[in-house]
Design a protein around this ligand. Structure first.
Ligand SMILES: [Zn+2]
Length: 163
């Protein structure tokens, strides 16, 4: 076996192993016809409906979260399911892990629900940022915001509603 000689520059701390675990890498590696549309932005075929032209926009937020937005209205949960992922895969690390201990064990998946809520909040935040940047808000965007509210309410209902 050959001993590897150290090349010039070897030992510099360029870490490219971390990226394999990042949410954006998990998502992009599973999508088809991925095209970069700007820094931290991509377009791809939506896996949750019969997509003929790429209608899924993928965005990586500064903190590593991934936002999925299908222009025909597929939900993030449907999209990640179609990719074989779960909503929590859109978030870096295990910040959203909820340890379910104690006597109040329920079949409801809090981790997934919280990830779903966090995602809908991110959708809302990006819409607000877009408005702040002076871009006009179209009907589709306004409806998407209403859908975010609806999904958060659904999650609350699934969790047993307000006591
Ligand atoms: Zn779709």
């Amino acid at each position: 076996m050959q001993t590897q000689k150290s090349r010039p520059g070897a030992g510099t701390a360029y870490d490219n192993t971390r990226a394999h675990d990042s949410p954006i890498d998990r998502v992009l590696s599973r999508l088809d016809r991925v095209k970069s549309t700007g820094p931290g932005k991509w377009q791809a075929l939506c896996p949750a409906h019969d997509d003929k032209r790429p209608s899924l926009s993928v965005k990586e937020a500064d903190d590593g979260k991934v936002l999925l937005k299908c222009w025909t209205g597929c939900g993030a949960a449907e999209i990640v399911n179609a990719l074989g992922l779960s909503l929590s895969d859109l978030f870096p690390g295990d910040r959203y892990t909820v340890t379910n201990t104690g006597p109040m064990r329920r079949p409801f998946d809090y981790r997934d629900a919280l990830a779903g809520i966090a995602h809908e909040t991110l959708v809302a935040r990006l819409i607000v940022e877009s408005i702040r940047d002076g871009r006009p808000i179209d009907t589709e965007t306004a409806e998407r915001l209403a859908l975010a509210e609806e999904r958060i309410s659904d999650a609350l209902r699934a969790a047993g509603g307000v006591q």
